[in-house]
Design a protein around this ligand. Structure first.
Ligand code: HGY
Ligand code: MN
Ligand code: MN
Ligand code: MN
Length: 405
């Protein structure tokens, strides 16, 4: 089945008729349907499908199926990405890497490639962290970066525990033993910015991932009547939040960083009551760990100062902080140059990926990016043109064939 056909099959799954965006949260109906699609697509290619107790999946093109079984299964070449999306997300973030991996297997077979090492096409669950708040949850559990005991207590917006969602989906929470079987990981992903489109390049190779983190800001004040309470008598936490959101934006601009308050909860969330509590999550990303720490510290200082003036209080809780990821330079250079058609440019990314988790766990890792003409992501406007996607498939096939050769 061609790339186009696979892409057409995936389009309607979890797509909102009103916004055109995708709602593919882990263990929901759409993501469950996508996991079934993955199993069918892998099986149709004769790949041996392995699933773990979280719903992570790998379709293995084993050396056994190519006749040479004398290679230890500790040197597999892994590719793939994720199938879950952010709320109202784009079509490409995640699925492009999975569909391209299957298409690369097809292309390698057309070219007569007989891998001397196993090649695995992987899907990691809850990469976005959009339901349980911790990004790359499936690959973190596989890599041991997070334990089941920690993860199972994470809760979604409705208070559902991750552990209950996993067990409710029929899994037992045991991550697959994977990293000691893998020699390298190459993830193809849609670019989530304008770097390639501004340089008129269809494909690029990631040099690294910026340090980034998620921080919970709790502003606590005093609930009161919106009408009868004089302005000078209020302790309104919304003021602290509003000022902190502006301060984060200003500090990020000054420091060349990225800062976003994208999720907010207000209690009691009425229209005629001063709130008692405002909780908001800061997504902060900087070029260096020092710049990230300085940004969050300054925003915290300014928010705390303002809260004090309003007779309210601020508590900041880091929920997940990822250090800088420098992808394996030799592997990145090899992916960028080791094929026909000229060198692919190297580019940094500010987006987190499962590839970042595996790289941090010591797996030599590379990422191939496909041009996104809108430069927009985590939005229905995210896009990639078919010709660029096919260039990405060919680049991935080149890379996998050489790494598994
Ligand atoms: O949020 C991110 O950086 C990624 O898209 N999960
Ligand atoms: Mn992604
Ligand atoms: Mn994403
Ligand atoms: Mn009243």
């Amino acid at each position: 089945m061609s790339f186009e056909q696979m892409w057409r099959d995936l389009q309607p799954v979890g797509r909102s008729a009103s916004s055109g965006g995708y709602f593919r949260q882990p263990y929901g109906a759409a993501e469950t349907e996508l996991r079934a699609w993955f199993t069918e697509a892998a099986t149709a290619r004769g790949l041996r499908v392995e699933s773990d107790g979280l719903g992570n999946l790998v379709g293995w093109w084993d050396v056994a199926s190519t006749g040479s079984t004398d290679v230890p299964a500790t040197d597999a070449v892994l590719t793939g990405s994720h199938l879950d999306s952010v709320l109202d997300g784009g079509a490409y973030d995640g699925p492009l890497g999975v569909v391209s991996a299957f298409a690369a297997v097809d292309l390698m077979r057309e070219r007569g490639v007989r891998p001397a090492r196993p090649i695995g096409v992987a899907v990691f669950v809850e990469e976005e962290g959009s339901r349980f708040g911790l990004a790359c949850l499936g690959s973190r559990l596989v890599a041991g970066a997070t334990t089941w005991e920690q993860a199972r207590e994470l809760r979604d917006r409705d208070g559902v525990r991750f552990g209950d969602a996993v067990e409710g989906a029929g899994f037992d929470g045991t991550p697959m033993r994977l990293l000691d079987r893998v020699g390298c990981f190459v993830e193809l992903h849609v670019e989530q910015g304008r770097w390639l489109v501004d340089r008129d390049a269809p494909v690029g190779v990631a040099s690294g991932i910026w340090p980034h983190g998620r921080y919970r800001f709790d502003f606590t004040g005093e609930a009161n009547h919106a009408g009868t309470t004089r302005m000078e008598d209020r302790h309104d936490p919304m003021l602290g939040y509003a000022m902190t959101a502006l301060a984060a934006n200003k500090q990020a601009r000054l420091g060349g960083s990225r800062a976003t308050f994208g999720r907010i909860e207000v209690e009691p969330n009425g229209t005629n009551a001063v709130p008692s509590r405002v909780t908001a999550w800061l997504d902060a990303r900087s070029e260096s760990p020092e710049a990230l720490a300085a940004l969050v510290d300054e925003v915290t200082r300014l928010g705390t100062e303002r809260a004090g003036r309003d007779g309210t209080s601020l508590t900041v809780t880091p929920e997940s902080v990822s250090g800088a990821v420098d992808f394996d330079p030799a592997l990145a250079a090899r992916v960028a140059t080791d094929h026909e058609g000229g060198d692919w440019p190297l580019l940094p990314t500010q987006a987190g990926h499962d590839a970042g988790i595996l790289a941090t766990a010591g797996v030599p890792t590379a990422m191939i990016f496909v041009r996104n003409p809108t430069g927009i992501s985590h939005s229905p406007d995210e896009h990639a043109e078919l010709p660029d996607c096919l260039v990405g498939v060919s680049a991935l096939a080149d890379t996998l064939a050489r790494l598994a050769g």
